[in-house]
Design a protein around this ligand. Structure first.
Ligand code: ARG
Length: 453
């Protein structure tokens, strides 16, 4: 085992089990590129401030870039007993460039270094996730535009309630996912500040230019308290929370896809390429992508809860417990990145059975409210018309028919106010088109909304 960089005050080497237990290299190696980027910015600034020579800074820069290249080409692997990615890269750098490598860590601690790496990593990955989410939302918008007049029942309590359109239904999810995009963007922007210069906890006496490092790294600013800079991981928690809300929305949509693709509903037919079969039952076509997404929601919630519990009650400032933040954060990122592409593909390729949706909208008395509203327009009070409409629904159930099929004489037995124009007033088209207020299902309204976003 290589001698530890901090071995000076120790008489014994680290126990092998402790070394393995302590090492974060198996997972924090993911942040090699951010670690190198941060080290180059730090060393360049050290040279500008006259803390190290510009020759050393140049040797460090070249050395770090060659390490990056070798990692990416597979020439340099992480099978090392180094304690973490920071030690791994620094050791490798010193092996390559000698004494200059030993100057890199001047005015820096792994405590501010790891906080920086995690922030940079999160910013990069959040950017990718937001792009995937944008593509997904664009897909939903395209499908909605093709279905402005595709009638379907809207549900409350999973009982048919009032007629809407499929475009209007998708609009609900488009709004949810647009808020998710905002939340992820806000979490990314808040994470994008540099803690470098916080040192181990109390800053440093070297004349560091913290802002210059932040600018170099494309960050929005610097953290304003050195203790906070090394001690908090709220940026990871906030991000995992935005991811959890996103997964909650995806899981609700998944549940409906599973339901709507069932033989009972048959609103959707999933594309063969996005469904799976059964090893025993030859007829099966299963909505695995949606089910897995529903399942992975639990996993992302788990990551959020892990992060909250890891950080709960920790005394200021850095504690090794915080190393555990990394895996939960990575898992959250990887899960979302795995979910979105197949989910988008599934939505894009599935067949929407407009006939089934419309048939369902025509059943279940979804126009009963409009019938009551019709009588209100004829001058009756709503509480009375609600009761009349309810009695008519009951009559229809007894006689196995629907409101719009009742002859005018029958309607008149329930209220004299009914006239010939009732049939138009309770047609699906009128029910939907009449709801043209902001946020309503009228095709014109939904089109205006879709064109505006
Ligand atoms: N691998 C460590 C982590 O992720 C880096 C920081 C180590 N700092 C320390 N004081 N031991 O937390």
């Amino acid at each position: 085992m290589a001698k530890k960089m901090w071995a000076g005050r120790f008489e014994k080497a680290t126990d092998k089990d402790v070394n393995d237990y302590n090492s974060s290299l198996p997972f924090d190696c993911k942040m090699y590129s951010q670690d190198i980027e941060g080290s180059i910015a730090h060393s360049q600034m050290l040279a500008k401030q006259g803390v190290i020579s510009s020759e050393d800074a140049e040797a460090i820069r070249k050395g770090l870039l060659s390490i990056k290249e070798d990692i990416e080409s597979g020439k340099l692997t992480f099978d090392s007993d180094a304690e973490d990615i920071h030690m791994f890269i620094e050791e490798e750098l010193t092996n390559r460039i000698g004494d200059a490598g030993k100057r890199l860590h001047t005015g820096r601690s792994r405590n501010d270094q790891v906080a920086l790496d995690q922030r940079l990593y999160l910013v990069d990955e959040a950017g990718e996730i937001i792009e995937l989410l944008d593509t997904f939302v664009d897909t939903l918008i395209d499908i909605a535009k093709d279905n402005l007049t595709t009638y379907m029942p809207g549900y409350t309590h999973l009982q048919r309630a009032q007629p809407i359109t499929y475009a209007h239904y998708l609009t609900a999810y488009i709004e949810m996912f647009r808020r998710d995009t905002d939340r992820l963007g806000a979490a990314r922007d808040r994470a994008n500040v540099s803690p470098l210069g916080s040192g181990a906890l109390a800053g440093t006496t070297y004349p560091l230019d913290r802002q210059a490092v932040a600018d170099d790294l494309g960050m929005n600013g610097v953290t304003l308290c050195s203790l906070d800079g090394v001690a908090d991981r709220d940026f990871a928690i906030e991000f995992a929370s935005a991811c959890s809300i996103l997964m909650m929305h995806l899981s609700r949509l998944s549940e409906e896809i599973i339901l709507y693709a069932s033989q009972e509903f048959k609103f959707y037919e999933l594309d063969d390429a996005y469904s799976t079969g059964s090893s025993m039952m030859p007829q099966k076509k299963n909505p695995d992508v949606a089910e897995l997404t529903r399942g992975k929601t639990g996993r992302v919630y788990g990551d959020l809860i892990s992060l909250l519990v890891i950080m709960k009650g920790l005394p200021l400032t850095y504690n090794k417990d915080m190393q555990e933040v990394q895996e939960a954060m990575f898992d959250c990122i990887e899960t979302i990145k795995a979910v979105l592409p197949p989910f988008t593909g599934m939505m894009k390729t599935m067949t929407i059975r407009k006939d089934r949706m419309e048939a369902a909208a025509l059943e279940g008395f979804t126009n009963a409210t409009d019938l009551a509203d019709y009588l209100v327009k004829k001058g009756l009070p709503f509480r009375e018309t609600h009761a009349i409409s309810g009695k008519l629904v009951h009559y229809c159930i007894e006689n196995n028919t629907s409101l719009e099929k009742l002859p005018l004489e029958t309607l008149k037995q329930f209220s004299e106010a009914f006239e010939e124009d009732v049939y138009d007033a309770i047609s699906l088209k009128t029910c939907v088109e009449g709801r043209s207020l902001i946020g309503g299902p009228a095709p014109e309204t939904v089109k205006r909304y879709l064109d505006s976003i």
